[in-house]
Design a binder for this molecule. Structure first.
Ligand SMILES: Cc1cc2nc3c(=O)[nH]c(=O)nc-3n(C[C@H](O)[C@H](O)[C@H](O)COP(=O)(O)O)c2cc1C
Length: 176
């Protein structure tokens, strides 16, 4: 396999959810690159029904009580990923609103970039959205999809085996 291609696949094999972080800030240039990945992400009909709140420093201290996992409190940075359903594409056939899908795509792309930057991330869905909204002043018409915790991992990311279903169980060839 070509070297560049091998590096690409290794990147996805290194990614894992990180729950212990060093108390080390994420450099400004790295953060900017991550935010640009969010901006450039694909979305249904290019509606971009998203907002991302960058939380660090004192603001992060204020947000920390929403985390039940202690390790997330050490992370220097988090990005609160929000959807604005009224701005999203809706599939006519069944009325499905694609806001959460679009936000999830942007975040997943950013997580790939963060991994390439040597950063660890964790997607945190188990929060109380009402509490997050209150602390950060998020309006009612916005959904809090997740908080992405970001920072330098205590242990370096390595390619590892994963506890996953076998391909035969999840891939259907040609028909169900
Ligand atoms: C939509 C979503 C929600 C998640 N919510 C949480 C969460 O609230 N707390 C947490 O510690 N991990 C959370 N995770 C991380 C998963 O537990 C993790 O991705 C899964 O166990 C696979 O492990 P890996 O990411 O290390 O490959 C979430 C992941 C996803 C994709």
């Amino acid at each position: 396999m070509d070297k560049e291609l091998e590096m690409f696949y290794q990147l996805y094999m290194r990614r894992k959810s990180i729950r212990r972080f060093l108390k080390k800030d994420v450099e400004e240039d790295k953060l900017k690159r991550l935010l640009n990945i969010l901006r450039r992400a694909q979305s249904a009909a290019n509606c971009q029904p998203w907002h991302f709140i960058v939380v660090r420093g004192e603001d992060k201290e204020r947000l920390n009580p929403v985390f039940t996992t202690k390790g997330f409190r050490d992370a220097p940075l988090c990005i609160v990923a929000c959807a604005e359903p009224r701005k999203a594409w809706v599939r006519k056939a069944d009325g499905r609103n694609y806001a959460w899908v679009d936000v999830s795509i942007a975040v997943t792309e950013m997580i790939g970039a963060a991994t390439a930057e040597g950063l660890g991330t964790c997607w945190v869905a188990a929060i109380e959205p009402a509490k997050v909204k209150e602390i950060l002043g998020i309006p009612d018409y916005i959904d809090v999809v997740a908080i992405i915790v970001i920072g330098y991992p205590v242990r370096e990311l390595k390619v590892e085996e994963k506890d996953r279903k076998p391909l035969e169980e999840i891939i259907h060839w040609g028909r169900w």
